[in-house]
Design a protein around this ligand. Structure first.
Ligand SMILES: *[C@@H]1O[C@H](CO)[C@@H](O)[C@H](O)[C@H]1NC(C)=O
Ligand SMILES: *[C@@H]1O[C@H](CO)[C@@H](O)[C@H](O)[C@H]1NC(C)=O
Ligand SMILES: *[C@@H]1O[C@H](CO)[C@@H](O)[C@H](O)[C@H]1NC(C)=O
Length: 386
């Protein structure tokens, strides 16, 4: 091979090499990020229980509300919530459809998620215990969900061998574009499949978050922590995280009205065994709040060992509820801190409130779930302790 040929080959090859190298070093683009107002708002819709639409009646509404009430009222509520809150993200925390009464699972999901799809707002969903009761399996339901163009929902991570459930994934929320945090995930969202029912004959009741899922969570949390705490803009503590799944953890039973905000009008329908996910969350340290549905008559948030355990309250009209007690949704808003130079930095605080499906979409139970300063404060030594 003469020198001329080598040079020519180099000329041809060089741009490809440079391109490949650049591509390799490029940060993976953030699919979600904080906007220029320094806020990221998440609408949680729990238990839509969608079935066949117009022909599916409402449950547990006042006698005067029965006529003309159907799944379409659930649709209207999603639309009203989107319009009122203009969220940056929507998450559907399971029992999105009520499989027993849905003739066609795919069609039912198409209708249930339609307001989110047409809004062009990114959204995600996890499975509940009723989503698989129509003509699609849990896997089939999740595979249908991830096919929607606007969804951020994902199947299980492909780099894990065996992981229980369908639809365990995480999403990163980047800092404001053009700031030092633009390539950092300043808020981490975790989505888990809490299962449907126990398949262990000696254990009755609902499913639970399995060790394989907890292992995935631990690894993911550790990876995100490392990235957040390294240069540029190395942070001293991990970015806050929020976890979304359907079935409450047994620890949701740790509260009474003296230490939660909201109401508990029925028991905590967690699994009958404790698989340790709460302890795993405490150990990881980044998740500040978990959000579930499942118990439609409970809508409280309580704080245990630094982690808020929250219900959203029942949303769907073809779901059991309480006549005269408005269907509701939970909103979470994370706010960034201003940097010395006037830009936006890390997450400063996380707030939550609920909206009721009444004439004014009333806002209730506003509370601060987490603030950066309180988390960063050093714990005082107890006085006079041993
Ligand atoms: C259901 O929707 C219909 C039609 O918009 C409305 O008239 C009715 O008040 C709604 N029912 C409830 C319980 O919100
Ligand atoms: C973020 O990544 C992009 C693309 O790699 C880069 O151009 C930009 O300088 C990075 N921003 C910061 C603050 O590091
Ligand atoms: C809430 O208060 C009750 C007593 O009213 C107590 O038994 C329970 O441990 C408290 N829970 C938490 C998480 O502090």
């Amino acid at each position: 091979m003469g020198p001329f040929f080598t040079a020519a080959a180099l000329v041809v090859l060089l741009p490809i090499w440079v391109l490949a190298a650049a591509k390799h070093h490029e940060e993976k683009p953030m699919r979600l990020r904080f906007g220029g107002d320094g806020q990221f708002k998440i609408l949680q819709v729990a238990d839509m229980h969608y079935a066949d639409g117009k022909t599916t009646p409402c449950e547990d509404v006042l006698p005067s509300q029965v006529a003309g009430c159907s799944d379409l009222n659930t649709t209207a509520f999603v639309q009203r919530m989107i319009q009122a809150e203009k969220p940056n993200f929507i998450v559907f925390t399971g029992d999105n459809i009520f499989g027993f009464d849905a003739t066609d699972a795919a069609k039912s999901m198409d209708a249930a998620f339609a307001p989110a799809i047409t809004s062009n707002i990114p959204w995600a969903a996890v499975l509940g215990n009723h989503d698989q009761e129509s003509d699609l399996s849990r896997e089939g339901v999740m595979k249908h969900i991830v096919k929607y163009k606007s969804t951020q929902a994902q199947l299980n991570p492909s780099d894990q061998d065996v992981i229980d459930g369908f639809g365990n994934y995480n999403l990163e929320v980047g800092g404001v574009q053009g700031t030092g945090f633009e390539n950092k995930s300043v808020l981490n969202l975790y989505f888990l499949d809490s299962g449907d029912y126990s398949t262990v004959p000696s254990i009755p009741g609902y499913g639970w978050i399995k060790p394989s899922q907890q292992f995935w969570f631990q690894q993911t949390s550790a990876k995100l922590k490392k990235a957040y705490m390294k240069k540029p803009q190395a942070q001293k503590s991990p970015a806050p995280g929020l976890a979304y799944f359907h079935i409450p953890l047994p620890e949701y039973a740790s509260f009474d009205s003296s230490n939660f905000t909201g109401v508990r009008q029925e028991g905590i329908s967690s699994a009958s065994v404790n698989s340790g996910f709460f302890t795993t969350l405490v150990e990881a340290g980044d998740v500040k709040a978990a959000f579930t549905g499942h118990d439609h008559l409970n809508d409280f948030c309580g704080k245990l060992t630094g982690i808020n355990l929250c219900y959203a309250g029942g949303f769907g009209y073809h779901a059991y509820g309480k006549a005269g007690w408005d269907r509701r949704a939970r909103v979470v808003a994370a706010t960034l801190e201003k940097t010395n130079t006037g830009g936006w930095g890390a997450v400063k605080s996380i707030k939550t409130w609920k909206r009721l499906d009444n004439q004014h979409l009333s806002t209730i139970d506003s509370e601060v779930l987490w603030t950066k300063s309180s988390a960063g404060a050093r714990r005082k030594k107890p006085i006079g302790g041993p």
